[in-house]
Design a binder for this molecule. Structure first.
Ligand code: CMC
Length: 374
């Protein structure tokens, strides 16, 4: 047995997957071979969700049917909505969402079924249910006419559910792109957590509940909320350089920078950055773009670190008027498709994930009875 320990599993190939290729050399990202730039520019989130779940881009008929299935699956049981609305607003929204997804699992008639078809229909249902869950997380009523409107794309439905108004086309485009960018990233921590859970032949909702708990942390999905909190502090502070130097001197992390795999830059960041810039121009509020680009330049100079997807996503969401506590749940809305694709792949070719550890505790020693330990 190889006894080399790779802390944080850095550089370890922990399994095989056909879903997503992260090219750390050129900073490239492909879903089933398609470049992220092409998908973000030309596709709807529904097309990308179909690609991740089925392994191929849909033709027009397949897309029509898939969209119909999503619209039909939007309702969420009243007991789950009631639960969401009665939890104290002081509870972190990701904690509430994790519990809600766990509850939804119990509504599934084939809860324990892990076959390909059962997993697919659960994945479609859960993807479609997310906007209603997010609206309830913000204690916003979801109009029946909105929920059942088939003319609303997934992005438009999500944005309408979160703002209560029919959104502008550009706002829908930004959310659509964001959903595509966040959808999948091979063996990131939350996806790996989902695969570990699925590998014990536990069900899809349990695996996604594990993933949500993992995504919540500030080193992973929680970073997008932390970025916006940081940008607000910098704005109040007034001096980006001084703020950064003070934090780095205290060896604090700068949220939205760095990546375990994409050390030479995150291609998703360049895409969402362009939308954050345009939103600033359109709204006449270019403060966040200016602060962000200044921070980006300083971080590259001081630490050689590049922004990750969370960095410019934060100010884009802010300019869309979305409340900060909903940023990481928005990540869930999108990544649910990637998680589900991995859970399906795991169940279809399962082998229990059970690595070893290098033991660092005491050597074998003689047992001492309780009386003798006095
Ligand atoms: N701010 C300041 N220093 C950093 C940062 C950062 N954001 N990221 C890495 N470093 C430094 C780190 O201190 C270390 O320096 P030194 O060698 O002097 O001790 C060096 O860079 C290497 O860091 P590492 O800890 O080996 O890197 P890692 O692979 O364990 O960490 C990371 C990856 C994403 C956890 C880390 O970059 C980080 O904490 N970033 C901030 C949180 C964040 O933005 N998370 C989102 C990740 S990407 C999208 C997602 O999953 O949501």
């Amino acid at each position: 047995m190889d006894r080399t320990v790779h802390h944080g599993l850095e550089g370890v190939l922990a399994g095989e997957s056909a879903i997503c290729e992260v090219d750390h050399e050129i900073g490239g990202l492909r879903y089933y071979g398609y470049e992220i730039e092409d998908l973000a520019e030309h596709c709807s989130f529904e097309e990308v969700a179909y690609l991740l779940l089925m392994g191929a881009l849909p033709n027009p008929d397949e897309l029509f049917e898939f969209k119909e299935a999503l619209v039909a699956s939007r309702p969420v049981s009243q007991k789950t909505i009631d639960f969401l609305c009665q939890v104290s607003p002081s509870v972190k929204r990701m904690d509430v969402l994790r519990t809600a997804v766990s509850m939804l699992g119990m509504d599934e008639s084939d809860h324990e079924a892990n076959g390909h078809a059962a997993n697919l229909s659960k994945a479609i249902r859960l993807t479609a249910q997310m906007p209603a869950l997010l609206a309830a997380l913000l204690d916003l009523p979801l109009d029946e006419n909105v929920r059942t409107d088939p003319s609303l794309s997934h992005a438009a439905y999500l944005l309408t559910a979160l703002t209560g108004v029919r959104p502008e086309p550009f706002a829908v485009k930004v959310i659509n792109v964001s959903l595509i960018l966040y959808a999948e990233h091979e063996f990131n921590a939350s996806t790996f957590a989902a695969r570990v859970t699925a590998s014990s032949l536990s069900d899809l909702h349990s695996a996604i509940t594990s993933a949500i708990g993992t995504l919540k942390g500030p080193l992973h999905g929680g970073a997008n909320e932390a970025v916006m909190e940081m940008l607000l502090k910098i704005e109040a502070h007034g001096d980006v350089k001084q703020y950064l130097e003070e934090r780095l001197a205290r060896r604090k992390r700068i949220m939205g920078f760095g990546h375990r795999v994409l050390r030479k830059g995150d291609p998703r960041s360049n895409i969402i950055k362009a939308y954050a810039k345009k939103l600033g121009e359109q709204t006449g509020d270019e403060r966040w773009y200016k602060v962000s680009t200044a921070l980006e330049a300083l971080m590259q100079h001081e630490k050689g670190l590049y922004p990750n997807l969370d960095f410019y996503s934060a100010s884009a969401y802010y300019l869309l008027g979305l409340p900060i506590p909903i940023y990481t749940p928005l990540f869930v809305c999108s990544r649910i498709t990637g998680w589900a694709a991995h859970i399906i792949e795991q169940h279809d070719h399962n082998r229990l994930i059970r690595p070893r550890c290098a033991y660092t505790g005491p050597k074998a020693r003689a047992f001492v009875s309780l009386e003798e330990r006095a």
